[in-house]
Design a protein around this ligand. Structure first.
Ligand code: SF4
Length: 339
């Protein structure tokens, strides 16, 4: 069944008129979906019963089926099944009074980072409907506004640019979310970074670097063989000169691999002329045998302190969702193994 999320507003109005209803009914439907996040036509109580029946017989709101969820005190992780029987996930993160949703842009990920469960496979890009549908589902689930959006779920957003930008347009224009509260996180696609500065200069950028060492990076992130750090840094400088925004550099500590104090010195040198702040993250181990381990909090704190003493803003982040097996892709891979 066709998801109504993919139907343009004007087309929806035409459909409603063709069925014999007043044009304002289309706006009522849109309000139920985007304002109230109601993913079911039968609950749209101010629509005539026959119109609700017609919509339910011919369309779905969400283009996927919610399969399961896991929650702890800080996070809720949802698993969805697509019409072509693939699974993907999104995560709600509660921090103080704020709620942020972490959206996926692909099913699996073609970047294939060595330490990431999502990178074990790649199936396809998510459609626009599947991406915006994650937001609507999450908002409907918690029954309150979600004002923070991060494209940090499964996949590399700059490899699915058109659907990600279409989602961002909807978030800004229909749901009235400030572009400053939307962040795209990339593993380092130079053209994507430059495009963002031109297409959505107020949307925030995060770059996951993993290591300041080019050779090591090639081992950890196969994509690094294609996109050199030098090229990425050039695109980051361009991004800053166009937007004036600072960039968040995401740095996940991997024990014995990238967590030495020497790595911290190298990082600061690499970004000496780029306005960044560092989010240093404790690795969230995959729930299966792995060669990669978590750095201790004491060592992580020393790493962060050194970045600060060298003049950079830096924060230590304890990964949300650890108790629910929360590194990207883990819920899905757990589900797939169980199946
Ligand atoms: S860490 Fe991010 S970029 Fe790397 S494989 Fe996982 S989802 Fe893709």
């Amino acid at each position: 069944m066709l998801s109504i999320l993919g139907i343009k507003d004007e087309e929806l109005k035409d459909i409603v008129i063709k069925e014999g209803y007043e044009p304002y009914r289309a706006q009522q439907i849109l309000d139920w979906i985007y304002d109230k996040a109601i993913p079911d036509f039968y609950s749209m109580s101010n629509l005539p019963k026959e119109l609700r029946n017609f919509l339910s017989d011919n369309f779905s709101v969400l283009p996927f089926e919610p399969l399961s969820y896991i929650r702890d005190e800080d996070t809720v992780k949802f698993l969805f099944k697509t019409k072509d029987d693939l699974t993907f996930e999104s995560v709600l993160i509660f921090h103080h009074n704020r709620v942020t949703v972490c959206l996926s842009s692909q099913i699996g990920c073609p970047i294939r980072c060595k330490f990431c469960a999502t990178g074990d496979s790649f199936h396809r890009n998510l459609t626009y409907e599947e991406i915006i549908g994650q937001y609507i589902f999450a908002k409907g689930y918690i029954r309150r506004d979600i004002r923070g959006i991060v494209f940090m779920g499964m996949g590399e957003p700059f490899l699915n640019e058109e659907n990600v930008y279409k989602t961002i347009d909807t978030l800004i224009s229909k749901i009235k979310i400030s572009p400053r509260h939307i962040t795209i996180s990339t593993s380092g696609i130079p053209q994507g970074i430059e495009n963002l500065s031109l297409r959505k200069p107020n949307v925030r950028l995060a770059f996951s670097i993993w290591t300041p060492d080019e050779e090591k990076r090639k081992l950890l992130v196969p994509l690094a063989n294609k996109y050199k750090l030098d090229d990425i840094l050039k695109s980051l400088r361009k991004y800053v000169s166009v937007t004036g925004n600072r960039i968040s550099v995401e740095y996940t500590l991997l024990k014995g691999i990238n967590d030495s104090l020497n790595d911290a010195y190298k990082l600061v040198k690499l970004f000496s002329d780029i306005p960044v702040f560092f989010n240093v993250i404790l690795y969230n181990p995959k729930d299966r045998p792995t060669e990669i381990y978590r750095t201790s909090i004491e060592e992580a704190q020393r790493f962060v302190d050194l970045l600060k003493s060298l003049g950079k803003e830096a924060y230590l982040r304890i990964s949300k969702g650890l108790k629910i097996s929360g590194a990207c892709g883990q819920l899905r891979s757990t589900y797939e193994r169980v199946e």
